[in-house]
Design a protein around this ligand. Structure first.
Ligand code: GAR
Length: 194
């Protein structure tokens, strides 16, 4: 069975949803949560769900060696970014080429790039007068939000939407689709290995 590590920086509601999904389906195993913010809520979620967690600094991420060692020790096959706000360094991309998946809370290529995360994205979508937003699940490369798209789903943006109400609609899509798309990607690569 393939092992997943989730990188997260904040609340971790997607991380929790992914853990619950794979606890139910048993098609993969979420073995580790990695987090660059020692006070992030995702760490208390990990504790409650009995998933091992590791906090690290940006310098440790950029240097890669400690994180890379931990990923090896835990025999991690896949990395999932779920609300992770730092750029993944090239050495890690190289090690996990094609096996790092991110979710972005808008329809890329619009509203992506450095600094575009969480509510900032929803605010920008509303300010631009968009009538559609959604989620993009994509492979991760060396640049922010620019790897190959795996999946998109949309929600309407209405005239009364606020960043909070749009975030709620987008989160619902994330919970609905992200775990299944991760599962499908893992199954595809397992089939290719045979
Ligand atoms: C999610 O909406 C995710 O798409 C977004 O952060 C939120 C994290 O929520 N990610 C980005 O904006 C990445 N650019 P969560 O911590 O409750 O899962």
């Amino acid at each position: 069975m393939k092992n997943i590590a989730i990188f997260a920086s904040g609340s971790g509601s997607n991380a929790e949803n992914i853990i619950s999904y794979f606890n139910r389906t048993k098609s993969a195993n979420v073995r580790l949560i990695l987090c660059n913010k020692p006070e992030a809520k995702v760490l208390s979620r990990a504790e409650r769900l009995h998933v091992k967690s590791v906090a690290f600094t940006k310098a440790e991420l950029d240097d890669t060696s400690r994180i890379s060692d931990i990923l090896k020790e835990e025999r991690i096959d896949y990395i999932v970014l779920a609300g992770f706000l730092l750029l993944v360094p090239p050495a890690l991309i190289e090690e996990y080429r094609g096996r790092i998946i991110n979710i972005h809370p808008a329809l890329l290529p619009k509203f992506g790039g450095k600094g575009m995360y969480g509510d900032r994205v929803h605010k920008a979508v509303i300010e631009a007068g968009e009538t559609l937003s959604g989620i993009t699940i994509h492979h991760v490369n060396e640049l922010f939000d620019s790897g190959d798209t795996i999946f998109q789903a949309t929600v309407p943006v209405t005239a009364t939407d606020t960043p909070d109400s749009l975030a709620e609609k987008v989160h619902a899509l994330e919970y609905r689709y992200f775990p299944e798309i991760i599962e499908q990607e893992i199954q595809k690569s397992e089939a290719a290995e045979k």
